[in-house]
Design a protein around this ligand. Structure first.
Ligand code: PLP
Length: 361
């Protein structure tokens, strides 16, 4: 089979090396005669996987001991509920920075438990969509926390600055941003991410939380969303998604092996620079996002002649470039280029874009 470059937004590509290793040890993991899927999450062998994956993630992101890493169920959407239920602390008001689809979904879910302030930060600069810089966010003094999303996966719009808001609890939906660049964890109080974008297969959700925030949740909280319970049981209050956890652990090891976050950050910069340069190089392709808020993970663009959209997608797939259709709410083309997308995949897409423009432009 010739190489396929899969630009899916999620579940997304997993590094080839990781898939090979998983295949090699699928039926007989560590010579134990069983698959990792078939052994107890409380066995010593699995505990080792859990501990190592946590340590590897801590190493990659420089997570200090004042934080706890939780491996949860329910995806990022589960956290849309868990965050308010755990962090409200008897308060009523919370701040939700609204930068696109997912931050809006988080806000709507929070409405069930509290009164979120809808802080829309979309603006336009030179006819391009942009987001207000952090010092212009309209934060409220009496809010329990501030929630934001550094990368809107659907619109391809990002907040690259770290949210330095004094004396505020900062919560970030990092589902499509985590591990793509280095961050200073101490600028955040809680970061969560569904695995299926930049970590591993769907089924596990990572929560990195400042330990002192693990206190009493509201009493109606379902126990599997309660950080205190999850933390007390080291993420094994109920059966975790063991296969997803194991595979995410392999991805962490892969990332360490290829040079860690510094290395992948450079590569992600290069990949996105090349692709935006191609888009900007002619009028045939258009991107609507102001350069300072352009996503480096999800690159959304349009064909000036939208009637060519389906032809583009069909011909791209013949070239082995798949899952490029934009999300239905924004249309166009979306190339998701997470950590596992090799530079060769981006170069192949650029080459195809040139060919397509020559043929139809
Ligand atoms: C994909 C995504 C979600 C939804 O994740 P689920 O794990 O399916 O709940 C939420 N937020 C962002 C930023 C995403 O990219």
């Amino acid at each position: 089979m010739s190489d396929v470059y899969n630009f899916s937004a999620g579940p997304a590509m997993i590094p080839k090396e990781v898939l090979f290793q998983a295949r090699e040890e699928l039926q007989n993991w560590k010579k134990c005669g069983s698959s990792i899927m078939e052994i107890s999450h409380r066995s010593e062998r699995f505990m080792q996987v859990a501990l190592e994956s946590e340590q590897d993630l801590k190493d990659l992101l420089n997570i200090p001991d004042s934080y706890k890493v939780l491996f949860c169920h329910g995806g990022a959407r589960g956290q849309f509920s868990a965050v308010p239920m755990n962090l409200l602390n008897n308060m009523k008001h919370v701040d939700y920075i609204n930068s696109g689809y997912w931050s809006q979904c988080a806000l709507l879910e929070a409405k069930k438990y509290c009164i979120p302030n809808n802080i829309s930060i979309q603006t336009t600069i030179n006819k391009k969509i942009a987001l207000l810089p952090i010092d212009q966010w309209n934060i409220n003094r009496n809010s329990a926390y501030v929630h934001y999303c550094p990368n809107e996966t659907i619109q391809g719009i990002s907040i690259h600055e770290e949210p330095l808001l004094h004396n505020k609890i900062i919560v970030g939906d990092f589902s499509s941003y985590i591990l793509s660049r280095s961050i200073n964890i101490e600028n955040y109080d809680l970061i969560y991410a569904g695995a299926q974008k930049n970590i591993g297969p769907s089924g596990i959700t990572i929560v990195i939380i400042r330990k002192k925030l693990i206190t009493d949740a509201m009493k109606e909280i379902p126990t599997i969303l309660d950080y205190k319970t999850i933390s007390k049981h080291n993420s094994m209050f109920n059966t975790p998604s063991t296969f997803s956890w194991y595979l995410s652990g392999l991805v962490f090891k892969w990332l360490k092996k290829i040079g860690g976050i510094k290395k992948i950050e450079k590569l992600n910069q290069l990949k996105s620079d090349l692709l935006y340069k191609k888009i900007d190089s002619s009028d045939f392709y258009v991107n609507n996002i102001h350069y300072s808020n352009r996503s480096k993970m999800n690159i959304v663009f349009y064909l000036r002649n939208s009637q060519l959209n389906d032809v583009f997608l069909k011909e791209a797939s013949v070239f082995g470039l798949t899952a490029l259709r934009g999300h239905r709410i924004v249309g166009g083309i979306r190339a998701s280029i997470y950590n596992a997308m090799p530079l060769e995949g981006v170069n192949a897409l650029i080459k195809f874009m040139s060919y397509f423009e020559n043929r139809y432009g």
